[in-house]
Structures are given as C-alpha cells and as structure tokens.
Design a protein around this ligand. Structure first.
Ligand code: CA
Length: 223
C-alpha cells in the first residue's frame, strides 16, 4: 500500500512517514500544496494524509482539485485544533476524515488503515482468505495461526492482493502500489516476489491470470 504525506512541517512530515514505513507502507512525501497536488494527480495512492495549512496551495484547494479531476483516493485531513470550520470545509471539499493537531501518530495510523480498508470494501481490520489471515493493525500475516516471516516487499504484496481479493491485479498496478516514486521499477521482480510469497504461504491461493496479472482468490472460492 502506498501513501502520500503532504505536510510542510518537516519534522512532522518525517515523523508520519517513518511511522507509516514502520507499519509496512511505502511512502512519498511532499512539503507544499503544489507538489502534493501534482503527485496525487499523477501517481496512484491508496491514501493521502493532507495538511490543511500549506504553502503554494492550501489543503482544501488540493483536495477540491483532485475531486474535480475525478481522483477518488481516500484523503485524511490534518486540521488545527478547535477550528471546526476547517473540518467542515475539508469534508465538504471531499476529504474522507480528519485528525486535529496535535495528534498521536497511532491515531493517524488507525484512521489510515480504516480508510484503506473501507475504500477496498472491507469493514474488519483482519482480512481472511482460507487459512491466511492479514492483521492490518499489527501489520502481520498468519497461515493456520502461524506467523509468516515476510520481507517488507512480500508483506506489501500480500496486503495489496488481500485488500483486493477476487479481483485481477496487473503487475503494473502492483508495482505502483509497492514502490515509491524514486524506485527503479522492474516488473519482472513482481513475478519473483509472487513466487516467494506463494512458497511461504504454502497454500495455492494466488492465481496467475495469463496476460493480465494475479488474483488472490475470494474467500468464497477457497475450499
Ligand atoms: Ca502546515
């Protein structure tokens, strides 16, 4: 899962990005509204954390422009404490949720998890497919109750596939959601990661759809 953090406070931006990376996400960072708006319009993100008070272009305008352009990714707005009018303006402009400053990073992480989950149509924080369970809260996966030892890439891959169970996901889509903008992307590596992940899971749950990509079986398909 790939997240964009737009926050002009350098320390806060870094703090959020570190915590998100620690939780298994890949993160792009922007420090002003214009740069952030550009990234959100050109790169696919699973969620965006957007500060309301930004240089170059304010957060309200950023989210408004994305929505006008048909961009539907979940947006979590960071607002100033006690500014209820900011919260209303943010939601009206198209933000999905907000957190008031100062906040605990854990709260931001929980809200981001919920936004990503809901955008993918899941209501529970634990996703299950046959014997495989993905705990989005603890960023870990188990097979028949045994914890899988996954690299960060493998975890991101499994997480993306499980959030989109039953759907065909192309290699390009996987790459775009597993790596940040600076990464040298090679679609052949996806095949290698899928191979390793299949081996670690040990159960045949990831189908190859010839010419299209991969599909994690929907829970109803698993016998
Ligand atoms: Ca700010």
């Amino acid at each position: 899962m790939r997240i964009l953090v737009i926050e002009d406070d350098v320390n806060l931006n870094r703090q959020l990005a570190d915590a998100l990376r620690e939780a298994g996400y890949v993160v792009d960072q922007a420090f002003d509204g214009e740069e952030g708006h550009f990234l959100g319009e050109t790169e696919p993100y699973d969620a965006v954390i957007l500060d309301i008070g930004l240089p170059e272009m304010d957060g309200i305008t950023v989210v408004e422009k994305w929505r006008q352009a048909g961009k539907g990714m979940p947006v979590l707005m960071l607002t100033a404490r006690d500014r209820w009018s900011d919260k209303v303006a943010g939601i009206d402009a198209g933000a999905d949720d907000y957190v008031a400053k100062p906040f605990h990073v854990e709260e931001v992480l929980a809200r981001v998890r919920a936004l990503i989950r809901r955008a993918a149509g899941h209501s529970s924080s634990e996703l299950a497919c046959g014997p495989v369970r993905l705990d989005t809260k603890a960023s870990k996966a188990t097979v028949n109750g045994v914890t899988l030892k996954l690299t960060s890439h493998e975890f991101r891959l499994l997480s993306y596939l499980m959030h989109h169970m039953g759907q065909v996901v192309s290699r390009t889509e996987l790459i775009e959601h597993m790596y940040d903008q600076d990464f040298d992307r090679d679609s052949n590596t996806i095949e290698v990661f899928v191979g390793r992940l299949r081996k670690k899971i040990g159960v045949d749950l990831i189908d190859t759809v010839r010419g299209l990509g991969y599909r994690m079986q929907a829970p109803d398909d698993v016998h």
